[in-house]
Design a protein around this ligand. Structure first.
Ligand code: ACO
Length: 322
């Protein structure tokens, strides 16, 4: 049986950066409030690019970096809650654009855990033996769901994409993962509800924007991150001392700080870039990995834990030997 190794990671964000001061001109907020409560300074916001276009940029960068030809890809998975369309899937749009004619393609909806869910799915396909190379992308245009008049949510989110090409390898790569969901708490964070349009009756308006119980999500996240990381270390037998980096979903600096304290780990072990991106949901871990790789932080043999949590509710962690 093969393992699933990471060949390369890459990332992309739209050029337009919106600072906290920019938002303070739209709603009653301040740089001081946003930064002290979340760790966010600015976020990238699309000025026309949709989710598939950002995915295609990541895919092209990955193909160039690895030298993999599009027709060598067996599978394309895009993790997103902000697809261009309900159908075709974002993954199919990417498949068509890059000419990956031999790849199966589908999207995964698991919000901020989406990139970990998707890597885990790709891992299972590769371990089953039939597929050798997969392109896995996490991408969001969350600005499509943001109510720019709601200060409790508009300060949190950003747009961007990141991804990986993974391949069948003899050893290393994805060593262990764990995925969870708690649908009974799903209504604590909703986005883009689509109402039923009954025949001949006037439709109820859609509730287009994110609606969130921020405190409940905060408490949930600080509880499940340490739990899920502890499961991974038990499952793999790898001690946290031997892990070089933990790459968490970037939702709030204080959530990461809480988790670090509970795990008795120095905050420096966590890669954090929320100050420049905000919360990019399924893209956040992938963007972080892309940046880390481009900064030379990830070396062959390094052990890295990814940990994500978010709407659904969903959460999960994964241990990778680079
Ligand atoms: N600027 C100024 N004041 C604000 C703002 C703002 N942007 N937002 C809220 N406030 C006010 C509130 O109205 C409230 O005022 P009040 O006391 O007069 O009612 C006060 O600030 C305190 O609000 P809280 O909600 O208690 O603030 P809290 O410290 O809990 O921080 C936050 C809010 C940042 C949203 C935090 O709860 C959080 O980060 N939660 C987690 C969210 C998250 O991680 N979501 C991830 C999932 S996203 C996904 O899956 C797509």
């Amino acid at each position: 049986m093969y393992n699933t190794g990471i060949m390369a990671v890459e990332c992309y964000a739209p050029e337009r950066a919106v600072t906290n001061d920019d938002l303070a001109k739209l709603v009653d907020t301040s740089d001081e409030w946003i930064y002290s409560r979340t760790g966010i300074k600015s976020r990238h916001v699309s000025t026309g690019e949709n989710t598939s276009q950002m995915c295609i940029k990541v895919a092209e960068r990955l193909l160039e970096k690895t030298g993999v030809k599009p027709e060598e890809l067996d599978l394309i998975i895009v993790a997103t809650i902000t697809p261009d369309f309900a159908t075709p899937s974002t993954a199919c749009l990417v498949q068509g654009a890059i000419g990956a004619d031999n790849a199966a393609a589908f999207d995964v909806s698991a919000a901020c855990s989406g990139f970990i869910y998707s890597l885990s799915i790709a891992d299972k396909f590769i371990k089953a033996g039939e597929y050798k190379k997969a392109l896995v992308i996490g991408a969001e245009t969350l600005s499509k769901y943001v109510d720019w008049q709601d200060r409790t949510t508009c300060v949190l989110f950003g747009d961007g994409a990141g991804g990986a090409i993974v391949e069948a390898r003899e050893r290393g790569g994805i060593i262990a993962d764990v995925l969870h969901a708690k649908g009974s708490d799903g209504m604590k964070l909703t986005g883009c509800e689509k109402k039923v349009r009954n025949f001949l009756s006037s439709p109820e308006p859609d509730r287009h924007y994110f609606i969130m119980d921020g405190k409940a999500i905060f408490n949930f996240a600080t509880k499940v991150i340490p739990q899920s990381i502890n499961i991974i270390t038990q499952k793999s037998g790898v001690s946290l001392d031997d892990v070089k980096y933990i790459v968490p979903h970037q939702a709030n600096y204080r959530i990461i700080e809480f988790a670090a304290r509970k795990l008795k780990l120095p905050i420096e072990k966590f890669y954090i870039n929320i100050d420049r991106y905000g919360n990019t949901s399924a893209a956040s871990i992938a963007i972080a990995l892309g940046e880390m790789s481009n900064e030379g932080l990830l070396q062959r043999g390094d052990k890295v834990i990814l940990t994500g949590f978010g709407a659904g509710l969903t959460w999960g962690s994964m241990l990778i030997e680079w």
